[in-house]
Design a protein around this ligand. Structure first.
Ligand code: 13P
Length: 251
């Protein structure tokens, strides 16, 4: 891992957590991060939007960052049930995940929508984490690198820089399955992502590219050691403070 890029360990809680358990989890992560006193990595948690304010308050002063899991493209208006990037920011978020494969699949989010959401994040002063990743069928058809390239070109807005964007590579078939690519496969995907980013960001060499998909304490060290991997986007394992902290420790 290039030390010029500050590793980011991000927890995506997805649609999990009611107030009591979520606050206990947030406090557990905050206590661990406070104790570790890391200056050489960032730790982010992305709770459901309903818990963002309470979680942000619970981790205040610990160094743990908070993010949203999605945002609307607009700032406000007649969009029942939607949440804007401005609202996330107002609730204590500094980051927002956009284009997660679950939203691309469940909500029909296209590259163009993801791109608009990343721009909405910028408008609100949030750092977007743009997710990309191939399906199993695409991998088996030998299309992985082409799919990643197309998603990047469609999803990354003009004007991207390392300070304004994080990319997360999450193979769809590795999410929640316990399956992961080999370290060599991760490195190949990340090398290609960085090459494509060279045409999309003015300082692509400094832009962080996270790996996500069945990351846990026991495999984090290996996966995070792959070239061009600058941290992890963690789902299931981010729901246990000890497990998530073990991943952060491995970074
Ligand atoms: P898992 O870590 O549960 O595989 O989920 C990864 C993910 O989708 C994070 O955004």
């Amino acid at each position: 891992m290039a030390r010029s890029r500050l590793p980011l360990i991000a927890g995506n809680w997805k649609m999990n957590g009611l107030r009591a358990d979520a606050l206990a989890l947030a406090r557990g992560v905050a206590d661990g991060v406070r104790l570790a006193g890391w200056k050489d990595r960032e730790v982010l948690i992305c709770p459901p939007a309903t818990l963002l304010i309470a979680v942000a308050e619970a981790v205040a002063g610990s160094g743990v960052l908070c993010g949203g899991q999605n945002c609307h493209v607009g700032a406000s208006g007649a969009h029942t049930g939607e949440i804007s990037a401005e609202m996330l920011s107002d609730s204590g978020a500094s980051h927002v995940i956009v284009g997660h494969s679950e939203r691309r699949a469940d909500c029909g989010e296209t590259d163009a929508i993801v791109r608009a959401k990343a721009e909405a994040a910028w408008r609100a002063g949030l750092l977007p984490i743009v997710c990309i990743g191939e399906t199993l069928a695409e991998r088996e058809a030998g299309r992985t690198l082409g799919v990643l390239e197309a998603q990047l070109k469609g999803s990354v807005p003009t004007g991207a820089t390392s300070a304004k964007l994080v990319v997360a590579y999450e193979p769809v078939w590795a999410i929640g399955t316990g399956k992961t690519p080999t370290v060599a496969e991760v490195a190949a995907a990340h090398a290609h992502i960085r090459e494509v980013l060279t045409g999309l960001a003015s300082d692509a060499g400094a832009l962080r590219v996270l790996y996500g998909g069945s990351v846990k304490g026991s495999n984090a060290g290996e996966l995070l050691s792959a070239d061009n991997v600058d941290g992890a986007l963690v789902g299931g394992a981010s729901l246990k403070a000890d497990e998530f902290l073990a991943i952060a420790k491995a970074a």
